[in-house]
Design a protein around this ligand. Structure first.
Ligand SMILES: Nc1nc2c(ncn2[C@@H]2O[C@H](COP(=O)(O)OP(=O)(O)OP(=O)(O)O)[C@@H](O)[C@H]2O)c(=O)[nH]1
Length: 397
């Protein structure tokens, strides 16, 4: 699961990505060590069960700070969004390739309106247009993949009595489209089951719906520090009308805070409304931090960057953290580590899904599970809840 950061040039996309991935974790501990310059690790932050249960965890695949779990997430800097990117304009196919891998997108928009459609400085450009611009680029990109050889493809589906959902999902598997995604989009648009009857408009409407589930987008109304209240309000409202979560952000402030924290000058937990000064710094540095406090933290409650990441993971992607344990009383693994691992699973997942996530063998030999909070046995159809602690019982191999 990867989150892409996307936006036209000059909106602060790289600043957002740098800030979000400037984390003080040892990346080598995680399964996804950085392989590319534009891939990094960020984290989603959630309340940790130990806050409520009064335990002291020994995290192995996440971090624990101030009663919170910091759960690592892979992030991609999807550079190259320019008009015509869907045809390979700008950075060519690199943009599309990065886009292909992302499960959700953070669309960084310059909320001040001082960046034009191509990313050049301007007096005023309506930031609301940028929302539609990204939608169009993605829609036409998927449309382009489908449209190529569509007539032949549609005829084959019909003549060979292929399952429509499966055939299209197979065709679009490269961008992570599933049969359910296709089914949903077909039904939302109300398309005939015979694809040879789909018009070009039908195909476009279908692709639009597909994009909403396959590449869900959250909007970072960036440079909020330099934007007017009215400007932000309008972007939030217009985004909402189109079904988006819009969060005012100051990526530049977040980057400064994280750098200062990393250098040991301040204590700052991403997402919070304040920081603590730990050691003396130059008057210039101190002034910069005080400005951030006044113009960003006090005005918006936080820089917004962490909120965007959290809401992308927990709302947009609908993931929930679940902690598997071996001992439901001590909440430990076989080595006595308290709540060592956390897994993110889609809402609606079952204990067996969790078992598979831990290990394929555990999934295959799964018998039942125990909810460590209630000490009750739960069956296969139990729907896992946010921060559940689950003991999995499997047959001996
Ligand atoms: N005021 C303000 N400026 C910002 C913020 N974030 C970024 N900037 C500035 O905006 C300019 C562009 O930032 P980048 O991060 O390079 O933008 P980008 O979208 O990655 O641009 P490309 O690399 O050209 O694609 C820089 O001068 C940043 O300092 C912010 O939150 N507030």
């Amino acid at each position: 699961m990867e989150i892409g950061v996307v936006g036209k040039p000059n909106v602060g996309k790289s600043t957002f990505f740098s800030a979000a991935t400037l984390v003080d974790v040892d990346i080598a501990n995680y399964p996804f060590t950085t392989i590319d310059a534009n891939v990094g690790v960020t984290y989603a932050i959630a309340e940790h069960p130990c806050k409520e249960l009064g335990c002291q965890p020994n995290p192995q695949n996440y971090e624990y700070r101030d009663g919170k779990a910091l759960i690592p997430i892979k992030m991609i800097d999807v550079a190259g969004l320019v008009p015509g990117a869907h045809e390979g304009r700008g950075l060519g196919n690199k943009f599309l390739d990065d886009l292909r891998m992302a499960s959700a997108l953070i669309h960084v928009i310059d909320a001040t309106g001082r960046t034009d459609a191509e990313g050049q400085p301007t007096d005023y450009h309506d930031p609301v247009e940028d929302i539609e611009f990204l939608e169009r680029e993605i829609d036409y990109w998927i449309y382009g993949i489908l449209k190529k050889g569509w007539e032949k493809f549609a005829k084959r589906i019909k003549l060979q009595h292929m399952k429509l959902e499966q055939a299209i999902a197979d065709h679009l598997s490269g961008i992570g489209v599933t049969e359910e995604d296709v089914w949903e989009a077909v039904h939302k648009v109300g398309l005939p089951s015979d694809p040879t009857k789909w018009s070009d408009e039908d195909l476009l409407a279908f692709v639009r719906e597909l994009r909403k589930t396959n590449k869900p987008i959250i909007i970072a109304a960036n440079k909020a520090d330099a934007a007017t209240d009215e400007g932000i309000k309008r972007l939030v409202e217009e985004g909402k009308k189109r079904g988006y979560i819009v969060i005012p952000t100051s990526a530049a402030a977040e980057l400064t805070l994280r750098k200062a924290a990393k250098a040991g000058f301040i204590d700052y937990v991403p997402g919070s409304s304040d920081f603590k000064i730990l050691k003396p710094m130059s008057p210039k540095q101190e002034k910069a931090l005080m400005l951030i406090k006044e113009k960003v933290l006090d005005r918006f409650g936080s820089t917004g960057v962490q909120e965007v990441i959290n809401r992308a993971v927990f709302e947009l992607l609908n993931l929930i953290p679940v902690y598997p344990v071996q001992d439901e009383n001590k909440l430990t693994d076989q080595f006595g580590n308290v709540l060592p691992h956390v897994y993110l699973l889609p809402k609606g997942s079952t204990p067996r899904d969790l078992a598979y996530k831990v290990h394929t063998d555990l999934g295959k030999t799964f018998l039942y599970a125990v909810n460590a909070r209630t000490k009750r046995r739960v069956g296969e159809d139990y729907e896992l809840q946010f921060n559940d602690i689950i003991k999995i019982v499997a047959t001996a191999k």
